[in-house]
Design a protein. Structure first.
Length: 159
């Protein structure tokens, strides 16, 4: 059992916090840019766009692969199946991983130190939220412990 709070019967508070953090990341990139030019700006732009695209693909695939098992809250839906195929064969929380990649990418594209700091806060948040979620998943699915051992948490091949 997780020592992290449930924040509601199905984890609704975690979703509220997430939907406060995501716009903060987006907005910070608009108000706190560094004045970069030359090669540094170009590298940041290319790397950032690549991370945004990769994150969108990872998160989008995660949404599609969950199908009818998708729920906005971290508590598993009643009657849901444990999805271990598609991107879930390589990562347990690809939607969170995709959002983290996109946040870092946006920080690089916008050249915003504040956005990069908030992307780090978002990563810490998803680390906590995923631990709370996994406590529920361990209770709900008999095979979840074994699944955890063989798959990465957020991003295939990275962790």
């Amino acid at each position: 059992m997780s020592h992290l709070p449930s924040l509601g019967p199905r984890g609704e508070g975690w979703v509220i916090l997430q939907f406060l953090l995501l716009p903060a990341v987006a907005f910070a990139g608009l108000v706190d840019p560094l004045a970069l030019d030359g090669i540094l700006a170009d590298v940041g732009l290319v790397a950032g766009l690549a991370l945004i695209a990769l994150g969108a693909l990872l998160g989008g695939r995660g949404l599609l692969d969950l199908g009818r098992n998708l729920t906005p809250v971290p508590h598993p839906r009643d009657g849901a199946q444990l999805v271990q195929s598609g991107v879930y064969a390589r990562a347990r929380h690809p939607i969170y991983g995709g959002l983290m990649l996109m946040a870092v990418g946006w920080g690089l594209v916008s050249a915003s130190p504040l956005t990069l700091v908030l992307a780090g806060v978002l990563a810490l948040f998803f680390g906590l939220k995923s631990r709370r979620e996994e406590a529920w998943l361990l209770e709900h699915y008999a095979g979840y412990a074994e699944y955890m051992e063989r798959t990465r948490r957020f991003v295939p091949y990275l962790g």
